[in-house]
Design a binder for this molecule. Sequence first.
Ligand code: PPE
Length: 309
Amino acid sequence: MKQADLIWMNGEFVAWEDAKVHVLTHALHYGTGVFEGVRAYETARGPAIFRHQDHIERLFRSAGMYFMEIPFTREEIRAATHETIQRSGLKSCYIRPLVFRGAGPMGLYPLDCPVDVMIAVWEWGAYLGEEGKVNGVRAAVSSWRRISSDALIPTAKAGGQYLNSILAKIEADKAGYEEAILLDSRGYVCEGTGENLFLVRDGVIHTPPLTASILDGINRRSAITLARDMGYEVVERDIARAELALADEVFLTGTAAELTPMRSIDDIEIGPPGEITRAVQQVFEDALHGRAEQYADWNDVVPVPAPTP
Ligand code: PPE
């Protein structure tokens, strides 16, 4: 992993190897942290962060739902992210902002612990493999159901919640699959361990609605917008598990996974990436890399620092 030399921690830059926390950090024990996964791409206008403002907004919303007050403004987080990328010298990178309950009193009541913030960047290639992005991944429906809104907050990106995805991911890997698909508590299709899911049938694109306990993915929203602009019909509705087997095409979206086609589910062949998946993937990649004029305001260009005289 090509990493940056510096990590931004609570308003200062520290060396990558010195970005440490105390073992009594509350978030280590109870998962009381919220985070984002963001990507910056090399574009003709310089490195540009895809839908940066939307990620910052979600970070603040996730923090708020766990009563964490972020001791920086949205604009400060944005500027700190820009500077972290500038100082890293990376042209494209994955960006991980994390807001977490730091070292303080132990026990479940967290509100007396400090709120710490860090931003790290590194180079991260194709999340589900380069081969998977081109030819599709093999997935299985998990025996674990996705966390539901009567026990946790599916729309929040909180560390502790990810133990759910982690159980599903390990199970899928041990069974020889690249990814898991979780159903929601009612048994409808929800999402992957770190991606939203779309299926295509008879030329129409379908994706589970927010009420199916999904994460309100930023790339999901982007894919919906792009596909509709391309003239496709996109329907947000509950999807029964058996519909996965009947689908003509299935694909996943997420910051890390970008747009990754699915080749088989539970050993039922879907086949190589279909026409609609490839068409949407193409425009999506153009938008990520700042090549799509129509979506240029999705690219937050990292300013080049003025040369020191
Ligand atoms: N569902 C889940 C559970 C999820 O974690 C992600 C992102 C998505 C859907 C897609 O959301 P969005 O990135 O806004 O389109 N998963 C992040 C974490 C991956 C990781 O391994 O860490 C990501 O893609 O960055």
